[in-house]
Design a protein around this ligand. Sequence first.
Ligand code: SER
Length: 316
Amino acid sequence: MKKILITGALGQIGTDLTRYMRDIYGEDNVLPSSRKRKEGHPLMDEGEFVTLDVLNYEVMEKIIIEHEITHIVHLAAILSGTGEKNPQVAWDINMNGLYNVLEIARIHGLSVLVPSSIAVFGESTPKERTPQDTVMRPSTIYGVSKVSGELLADYYHSKFGVDTRGVRFPGLISSDALPGGGTTDYAVHIFYEAIKNKRYASFIDKGTFMDMMYMPDALKAIVQLMEADESKLKHRNAFNISAMSFDPEMLGEEIKKHIPEFELDYDVDEELQGIANSWPNSLDDSEAKAQWGWEPEYDLASMTKDMLEKLKNKIG
Ligand code: SER
């Protein structure tokens, strides 16, 4: 029986993941946590929730023991855009938080799933169909911390036998919680503005392709990899996965099929644009497909249709 602790559960992935995992493993077997309570947030009233700063080893260990946790899904992290505003804080949270999680996993025999990101790649990485194993020289502190995290998690597996696993998430698009401080966030904001104002000024320029994924596929990937047969995993931290690759123009055109008045223009943020330029245009996720059966369900058209329906119900 799994008992799962989710760190950073009030972020973009955690809210949806908590509900998704509770449906699978049972409400009492999934414990969401975050640094602070957030009154009014739906997870405050949906079963148990604990406050946990991932930099506080003692509190984390106490929670692990008290709740008899067997698995940690470690989501607490500072994303690419926010990271560049305060690299020291990003390094501290992304690395020392992960180190605490891995140490606790080693000492208490837990399994760990920690997402990595397309941000591990950089200018010198092949841009098209970026291979699973390739050059990784990122130029953001987020990317540097995610590469280091992948290596550290691999090390904890090879050295100490800790069951560590991870995927490299592309930009995630979701209708529930908003993303915070990422380079790919334009692909979420555009939907809110399309519904509210029928126009959006993208901070990422036309012609900039990045990998993206709709949240239901991201949730499926986490559980599928967690449940994957260990003997089939040649890689662990972390697998390339993707569902679609598009630039703002393509997304704008797809939205126009549903909202013909929608207008897309550009107000490019130089820093975020620089980050986007350094990332791949499209990932090769064939290793994830071969080793644990990864297969996305949503493409650009089906994601756009579903996002607009969900958001219309949410914000009118
Ligand atoms: N969505 C993330 C970001 O833009 C990528 O992992 O920072």
